[in-house]
Design a protein around this ligand. Structure first.
Ligand code: GDP
Ligand code: MG
Length: 185
């Protein structure tokens, strides 16, 4: 089974851990230690094949920028998460994307833009249309999710695998075998 390395990025409190834990275990965690940064694994079916996801739920606690660069370099696909209840977190996703593109040295990186906490309609600060417009500008898929109601939780992880397949896998077959990009996989 092929393994896919997914990194969950976004500012503190947007629900990265809640989304990851909901996806991996099916449980909604109300309180999750904000400093825990850990790997999780889960097998899912994507486009009729089984895939193993290795998910890094980041916590922004790394002491050195080089650490962050390292996990971005090791990641193949990225969930870039904001909370629809926080305009600031929506601004922060641009910083995350810039980091990813800089470290990868490419603008063809598998990214899914995720607006979480969609269940909190009354506290919404970021309209769906703004997420949509940004995703269009980045040319990436966009979903609003709720770790609480489970809305689109499985979908964003599956979509990230689809993006990895779409962006990275075709490159392997190009040319006569090896190129400097082969080690991405
Ligand atoms: P992280 O810092 O990005 O990992 O954020 P957490 O996963 O720790 O979530 C921060 C807070 O937001 C917690 O109190 C969660 O229960 C809450 N939260 C996370 N996702 C959702 C969601 O989809 N809906 C609601 N209502 N609350 C959420
Ligand atoms: Mg967390």
């Amino acid at each position: 089974m092929r393994e896919y390395k997914v990194v969950v990025l976004g500012s503190g409190g947007v629900g990265k851990s809640a989304l990851t834990v909901e996806f991996v275990s099916g449980n909604y965690v109300e309180k999750y230690d904000p400093t825990i940064e850990d790997f999780y694994r889960k097998a899912i079916e994507v486009e009729n094949t089984m895939a193993i996801l290795e998910i890094l739920d980041t916590a922004g606690t790394e002491q050195f920028a080089s650490m962050r660069d390292l996990y971005i370099r090791n990641g193949q696909g990225f969930l870039v998460v904001y909370s629809v209840t926080s305009k600031q977190s929506f601004g922060d996703v641009c910083v995350s994307r810039d980091q990813i593109l800089r470290v990868k040295g490419s603008d063809q990186v598998p990214i899914v833009l995720v607006g979480n906490k969609a269940d909190l309609e009354k506290e919404r600060q970021v309209p769906s249309s703004e997420g949509m417009i940004l995703a269009e500008r980045w040319n990436v898929p966009f979903y609003e999710t709720s770790a609480k109601s489970t809305q689109n939780v499985n979908e964003v992880f599956a979509e990230c695998v689809v993006e990895i397949m779409r962006v990275l896998v075709p490159r392997r077959g190009k040319g006569s075998g090896c190129c400097h990009k082969c080690n991405i996989l």
